[in-house]
Write a protein that binds this ligand. Structure first.
Ligand code: PLP
Length: 387
């Protein structure tokens, strides 16, 4: 070692224990527990991101995604990042500076769409509804006619409120008014009925860690031809190099040109997660989510608790429950975590302190989890009210 080399500073040389995460049951808004087969797939030996076997796997992922999303869209790919990366990719590629973007804001993720679209130069217009409610077709029509947007952005499954935005008929409104329909499907894909082509959705994105039971870190998006046209006729370059689909799609398309190193293990995991959906079948999977959600809703009612969203607009994947007046919501979630290893979440934004959020997503949407959660909640309420 040379005398001129600086002395190594050992201040941060932590001698830590081997990793030992607690066995949590993740019944919050996500991540949900990954399916064991997905975790196994992640541990498989790495291959290169241009290896023919990896390219074959990429093709399989795209095909399986088309099934899960019910679309024929050629541009259907996973983005290397979490749901917000796919969200940002969708906006960065479709919004041109000066475009009017109308956002349905009835929860936290509508607000995030507003923020992101604004950062890409959109003139953002808001259509507002109280958190927990959804937009009617008439309200959407009025909004479109008043603002004449280039893009209407809606959240199909608002994870902050547990509300499901009906999408039937919205695309027709958009087409009549020469506007693209962009939809957040992070908490619906693989858990709640969703038909990209039949509903005429032009662009959508999702995440991996909710109803697909894969760890966070990879997030799909899909663009139809109308969205593709807008992308390919842009006047300005996409203002985000990493998420520029004109570049990324050269790696996912026939050219296979290097753009960034694909997260190999995340793609293994995602492929397995999508295989699991294909094995079960969408119809059966949606039905399972629905039945377990119904069981939960019934059990909550029996405990004297009230759901925040009207039944017809409730998501099967995420339920918001009103915290009773005399109960400290935080203490209940802490009790569930410490006594039962169950993660349940509190509210976000406007609903902070007012609701709990219970996720029954993908692999976690099982009868035994509902029974355990209801038992734990009952204990928590009993224990904390007795104090
Ligand atoms: N959109 C919705 C509806 C979400 O629920 C989430 C995450 O919870 C996101 C977007 C952002 O995804 P991520 O946290 O994976 O970046």
């Amino acid at each position: 070692m040379s005398d001129t080399q600086p002395k190594i500073n050992d201040t941060h040389r932590l001698q830590t224990e081997p990793l030992d995460p607690p066995p949590r049951l993740l019944l919050g808004p996500g991540p949900s527990n990954a399916h064991p087969r997905v975790l196994q797939a992640m541990a498989m030996p790495l291959i290169g991101h241009l290896d023919p076997r990896f390219i074959h796997l990429m093709n399989e992922i795209q095909e399986l995604l088309r099934y899960v999303w019910q679309t024929q869209n050629a541009l259907t790919i996973p983005i290397s990042g979490t749901g917000s990366a796919a969200m940002e990719a969708t906006l960065a590629n479709l919004v041109e500076p000066g475009d009017v973007v109308l956002v349905g804001v009835n929860g936290y993720f509508g607000e995030r769409l507003v923020d992101m679209a604004g950062r890409y130069g959109a003139q953002v217009r808001r259509l507002e509804k109280p958190w927990g409610e959804v937009f009617t077709l008439d309200e959407l029509r009025q909004g479109i006619e008043a603002h004449r947007p280039a893009i209407l952005a809606l959240v199909h499954a608002e994870t902050s409120t547990g509300a499901r935005q009906p999408l039937e008929g919205v695309a027709e409104l958009c087409r009549e008014n020469d506007c693209l329909l962009l939809v957040d499907t992070v908490t619906s894909l693989g858990g709640v009925p969703l038909f990209i082509d039949a509903w005429g959705i032009d662009a959508a994105y999702s995440g991996s860690q909710k109803c697909l039971s894969c760890p966070p870190g990879i997030a799909p998006l899909t663009f139809n031809e109308r969205a593709g046209e807008k992308l390919h006729h842009r006047k300005s370059k996409v203002a985000n190099w990493y998420l520029d689909l004109t570049l990324v799609s050269q790696y996912w398309g026939s050219e296979r040109t290097y753009h960034h190193t694909a997260p190999i293990a995340m793609n293994y995991a995602f492929r397995e997660a999508l295989r699991l959906v294909a094995e079960e079948g969408l119809e059966a999977r949606w039905q399972r989510h629905r039945e377990n959600a119904e069981l939960l809703w019934q059990g909550l009612e029996e405990l004297g608790l009230q759901c925040h969203v009207k039944k017809e607009f409730r998501l099967a994947s995420l339920t918001t429950v009103r915290i009773p007046e005399n109960v400290d919501g935080k203490k209940v979630t802490q009790f569930l975590l410490s006594e039962f290893n169950i993660e349940m979440a509190g509210g976000l934004g406007q609903l902070a302190g007012k609701v709990w959020r219970i996720g029954l997503m993908g692999y976690n949407s099982r009868k035994e989890n509902v029974a355990l959660l209801l038992h734990a909640l009952k204990e928590a309420l009993h224990h904390l009210q007795a104090q």
